[in-house]
Ligand binder design. Structure first.
Ligand code: FAD
Length: 392
């Protein structure tokens, strides 16, 4: 391999370039990113940056000099528009092409929308530009009323940030509980209690039928016929993998770039991060994670595998881990959570601090905790140790 092109200049893309160099790759590396900002970290966007505690200059993943030191040709503000696998070419939005011997796809995901975003004050939160816009919406008037559509991580982190800014917050969630896709029922209930203590109102088990206003958002209409007045709305209903630019490439695109156990989507093409749906050898299922730790771990594995080639490649077998910070407490999950597993709960029922082990046939398969970091870390270690390696 003489030239590797990495498409997507964010967490997974940057980590892939670093791994290529760490593995002794001396050829050309071109890192292409659609956003014009220096690659930055997203978690603070719904936390310290939204509250104003951090300014934008704390967000870059690495200083600009880092890319020079690694001899990475960083091309920002430039989207890739297509790829030709036969000839090994990536097409760029300005009409130019770049040749590659190896390709890393790390284009992440884009937020799902409700077609109401044309109204001012209706926001999604994925990019730094989104966060700047959302902050302006929240600060637009004193005593603003914010309606958050979606009770997932992003929606709840925005809720916590907005409460710290004294903004009135209502969260609307179609499921009958919070964090339904990612946490167990008990954790969802603990988080709900925490938010209620901080003054957040909830409308659970009800959908949104419309978002209205003239120019600027004024109200959110719910499927039970009720209406919420709103000065700002955040739509936090999940994200879809950014595979649009790969249409017609011949790669298999089904809720992400479909990859084998070692993250190969084609013989000299790997994918990593939120965009990658790889064959998880442990579960035997195609799996896609949208979490920070996965983006880094998968990018390292995928980039190393790209250099070895499919024959010597090592399967990617993570123990998934995700965290979320709300009201100064850290909610953390490792492994797989399953409501039907046996639950071993530790904590104080009167406080939001707890840790729960999930056991399947007596074996630790997952752990979730809030506030009890020491206990959580011990269980996570145990989980990783028990996980071991698997036959390739
Ligand atoms: P992304 O970070 O989405 O980056 C993909 C990049 O590719 C983008 O810059 C995009 O512009 C670019 N791109 C897309 N298409 C093209 C194209 N055609 N050509 C060129 N470039 C392109 N995870 C946690 O575990 N804990 C948290 O607390 C947490 N908080 C979060 C808060 C927010 C607000 C968000 C949005 C995410 C959060 N995450 C968190 C998730 C974590 O940030 C993501 O999993 C991670 O950013 C994924 O990295 P990635 O590189 O795969 O994709």
């Amino acid at each position: 391999i003489r030239r590797v092109v990495v498409v997507g200049a964010s967490l997974a893309g940057v980590r892939a370039t670093e791994t290529l160099r760490a593995q002794g790759f001396h050829g050309d590396i071109v890192l292409i990113g659609a956003e014009s900002h220096l690659p930055y970290d997203r978690p603070p966007l719904s936390k310290q940056f939204l509250t104003g505690d951090w300014s934008a200059d704390r967000l870059p993943l690495r200083p600009r000099s880092h890319y020079d030191d690694l001899e990475v040709d960083l091309r920002l503000g430039m989207a890739a528009t297509g790829v030709d696998l036969q000839s090994g070419r990536v097409n760029l939005a300005d009409g130019r092409e770049i040749l590659f011997d190896g390709l890393v796809i790390a284009t992440g995901a884009t937020p799902r929308t409700l077609r109401a975003e044309a109204l001012a004050g209706v926001n999604v939160l994925r990019t730094l530009d989104d966060a700047v816009e959302l902050r302006q919406s929240l600060l637009a008037r004193d005593g603003a009323r914010l309606v958050i559509i979606g009770g997932g991580f992003i929606g709840l982190e925005v809720a916590a940030a907005a409460r710290s800014m004294d903004i009135h917050v209502t969260v609307v969630e179609a499921a009958d509980r919070l964090l339904a896709r990612v946490e167990d029922r008990q954790a969802g209930e603990m988080v709900e209690g925490l938010h209620r203590e901080h003054g957040v109102e909830f409308r659970l088990g009800v959908g949104v039928s419309g978002v209205r206003g003239s120019g600027r958002v004024e109200s959110v209409h719910l499927t039970d016929g009720s209406t919420l007045n709103a000065d700002a709305v955040v739509v936090g209903i999940g994200a879809t993998p950014a595979v649009h630019w790969l249409a017609g490439s011949g790669l298999r695109l089904e809720d992400g770039v479909v990859c084998d156990r070692a993250c190969f989507a084609a013989p000299r093409v790997v994918a990593a991060g939120d965009v990658a749906r790889w064959h998880d050898p442990r579960s035997g299922r195609l799996t896609r994670h949208e979490h920070w730790t996965n983006a880094t771990e998968q990018a390292s594995r995928a980039a190393a595998n790209l250099l070895t080639g499919p024959d010597g490649a090592v399967p990617y077998t993570p123990v998934p881990y995700v965290w979320s910070d709300q009201y100064g407490l850290r909610l953390q999950t490792a492994g797989e959570l399953d409501d039907s597993a046996e639950h071993r709960w530790e904590g104080n029922p009167d406080s939001p601090r707890f840790v729960t082990q999930h056991l399947t046939d007596g074996r630790l398969t997952g752990v979730v905790g809030m506030g009890m970091n020491r206990e959580f870390i011990a269980h996570r270690r145990q989980l990783v140790a028990a996980h071991g390696t698997i036959d390739a």
